[in-house]
Write a protein that binds this ligand. Structure first.
Ligand SMILES: *[C@@H]1O[C@H](CO)[C@@H](O)[C@H](O)[C@H]1NC(C)=O
Ligand SMILES: *[C@@H]1O[C@H](CO)[C@@H](O)[C@H](O)[C@H]1NC(C)=O
Ligand SMILES: *[C@@H]1O[C@H](CO)[C@@H](O)[C@H](O)[C@H]1NC(C)=O
Ligand SMILES: *[C@@H]1O[C@H](CO)[C@@H](O)[C@H](O)[C@H]1NC(C)=O
Ligand SMILES: *[C@@H]1O[C@H](CO)[C@@H](O)[C@H](O)[C@H]1NC(C)=O
Ligand SMILES: *[C@@H]1O[C@H](CO)[C@@H](O)[C@H](O)[C@H]1NC(C)=O
Ligand SMILES: *[C@@H]1O[C@H](CO)[C@@H](O)[C@H](O)[C@H]1NC(C)=O
Ligand SMILES: *[C@@H]1O[C@H](CO)[C@@H](O)[C@H](O)[C@H]1NC(C)=O
Length: 500
């Protein structure tokens, strides 16, 4: 069906324009320790090219791909400048890492080149009016993810939260992930929102009395860090009896499927039993997965190419992650937009026009429909996973959040007890869904979702200006050890969430 639509679109390609070669510069890290290294992404792009070619018998559209190593940092910008000496590319795919993407996105806007990426997920990139005007994001931004939490806080009437994250001061993935949660929750929770950054030596950080003290104070703990650190924190909390139902724990893991769900607590050591019990209180927010027959084909072919290449240092390269899917869809989206723009008389050099044609539309991606909002960011649905069988320690999806209508859908496996706070002052029960069943719950979902969406949007803009001040006050736990160098990089993508 999807291919059929694509075929129809491309069959109508203006014959008069002749053969069009689109120069694409792909800027991604070469090191396969990244889920989005270009040796891993390349087969997905080849698949997308084959698909576009198959749908285009006149051969009117050809992509000429070249790759540059971003090293997840400044090299991205240098590669772009160096590679553009003779000829500027018509399209830039990537980079994914925030700091690499920031500089490239600015130059892309300046040069009127569309930039499409499955990264650049930080909140600052949502401001498209100025320097990021040519940036299209085909992966869900952290702000979209944060809506899931905002919806849950409304739904369950939670009133305080602690955000715990690990900051490597390099790529700062978790910093940016929780920054978005902070931005969306802050207006509602005011003084009941705290942050705690983990850094430094391993022993130091988990003896941290202040972390456990902060956990005790909060109704909800939201964590973003490596799988091993999560386990340490959960074990520490369990030993202090903080997993008795008085606190709800979440971790956020959007992309690395091997670090959550079944077996995530297991290490084969003597702490496994304890960890399984602790993880009974841990819920994971991740992407809602959709599959369709075509996706099977895609993952088989991509896996085959990757196996054939025998990539160096490539752990679990057989698994098809969100970035491969995203970059495939990115090329597809560009193809559709370029086609439309060409029909209206624009050329591949009209970057702003092509960008505009990529926004505010829905198209059929490799794993299902992909909706781009009017701001050029992907709408995405999210799932909440929880341990449903504590004896086995196995996980299931228990609820979903739908971005398109802002509704929170509770699945049969959902255990209300697990999300209700015990031994605390009873929150007022504005969720009749518990006693009235699913019909009402869905309705509540719509209403809550709609109100929430509006409220959040207003609150978000209203409170924006005050972040820097409020966060200074609240993050005393954070060390001010970010050198001047870091602050400059920090400023360079205009983030407000750091200990500035
Ligand atoms: C790739 O990155 C990993 C982890 O950062 C590092 O250990 C490894 O040396 C890097 N490989 C290359 C070839 O640079
Ligand atoms: C593709 O790009 C490379 C360099 O970027 C260039 O040498 C080559 O001629 C191009 N191929 C086509 C078919 O345009
Ligand atoms: C994904 O998670 C697994 C298990 O925690 C870990 O070993 C691996 O290094 C992670 N991969 C990346 C790219 O972060
Ligand atoms: C999968 O790909 C093969 C060849 O690439 C094709 O013949 C087959 O029809 C595809 N299957 C689906 C379900 O798209
Ligand atoms: C990828 O291929 C390898 C070898 O052919 C296989 O062992 C692995 O299970 C495949 N992975 C997926 C996700 O299909
Ligand atoms: C988005 O598209 C819809 C129709 O598909 C249109 O009504 C709406 O005005 C568009 N929004 C923006 C901001 O362009
Ligand atoms: C986890 O294991 C359970 C039972 O062993 C199984 O039903 C479930 O599908 C598994 N979940 C995932 C996400 O693989
Ligand atoms: C919201 O959208 C999802 C996906 O389109 C749909 O399954 C769900 O029923 C909708 N929920 C409501 C309350 O309309």
């Amino acid at each position: 069906m999807a291919s059929l639509i694509l075929l129809c679109v491309l069959l109508l390609w203006p014959l008069s324009s002749g053969s069009e070669v689109v120069d694409v510069l792909v800027i991604l890290p070469k090191n396969n320790s990244y889920l989005f290294s270009y040796p891993r992404v390349a087969p997905a792009l080849q698949y997308a090219q084959r698909r576009l070619r198959g749908a285009d018998p006149h051969g009117a559209l050809t992509f000429n791909l070249s790759y540059a190593d971003s090293e997840c940092g400044n090299s991205a910008l240098f590669s772009l400048v160096d590679d553009s000496c003779e000829k500027r590319p018509d399209l830039i795919l990537g980079p994914v890492c925030e700091y690499a993407a920031a500089s490239v996105a600015r130059l892309a806007s300046h040069w009127d080149i569309p930039m499409v990426t499955a990264g650049a997920l930080a909140a600052a990139f949502s401001q498209k009016s100025g320097e990021y005007s040519h940036l299209t994001r085909v992966a869900p931004s952290y702000l979209k993810m944060a809506e899931t939490f905002a919806a849950m806080f409304q739904h369950f009437s939670w009133r305080s939260a602690l955000l715990v994250y690990e900051d490597d001061k390099e790529e700062r993935t978790c910093h940016f992930t929780l920054e978005a949660v902070f931005l969306l929750l802050d207006p509602d929770l005011h003084d009941h929102l705290r942050t705690h950054m983990l850094s430094g030596a391993r022993d130091e950080r988990l003896d941290a009395e202040d972390l456990l003290h902060a956990v005790r104070e909060a109704e909800v703990v939201i964590m973003c860090m490596g799988a091993d650190v999560i386990r340490e924190v959960m074990l520490a909390a369990h030993r202090r009896r903080l997993t008795d139902g008085s606190t709800v724990y979440f971790n956020i893991e959007l992309f690395n499927t091997s670090s959550y769900g079944n077996g995530s607590w297991k290490r084969g050591d003597k702490l496994d039993t304890e960890a399984r019990l602790a993880y009974a209180s841990l819920n994971t927010v991740t992407l809602l997965k959709t599959v369709k027959p075509e996706f099977e084909n895609f993952s088989m072919e991509v896996n085959r190419s990757i196996q054939k290449e025998r990539l160096a240092d490539c752990q679990d390269c057989g698994s098809i992650n969100m970035f491969l899917e995203g970059f495939h869809d990115a090329l597809l989206l560009y193809g559709i937009a370029l086609h439309e723009a060409t029909r209206k008389g624009f050329s591949k050099k009209d970057g702003a026009q092509i960008t505009a044609h990529m926004w505010n539309r829905t198209f059929e991606g490799i794993a299902g429909p992909v909706s781009m909002d009017a701001n050029g960011d992907r709408e995405q649905d999210f799932s909440i996973m929880a341990m449903t069988r504590p004896e086995e320690g196995s996980y299931e999806v228990v609820a979903n959040y739908f971005a398109i209508n802002g509704s929170f859908q509770v699945l049969p496996a959902f255990n209300t007890d697990r999300f209700t706070l015990r031994g605390r002052r009873k929150p007022s029960p504005p969720t009749p869904e518990k006693s009235y069943g699913l019909g009402v719950s869905a309705l509540t979902g719509i209403i809550v979702g709609a109100l929430l969406g509006t409220a959040l949007l207003m609150a978000f803009y209203f409170f924006r200006k005050n972040y820097r001040i409020s966060i200074d006050r609240r993050t005393r736990l954070e060390q001010c050890d970010i050198g001047k160098h870091r602050q400059l990089r920090e400023d360079s993508i205009r983030s407000n969430f750091s200990a500035a």
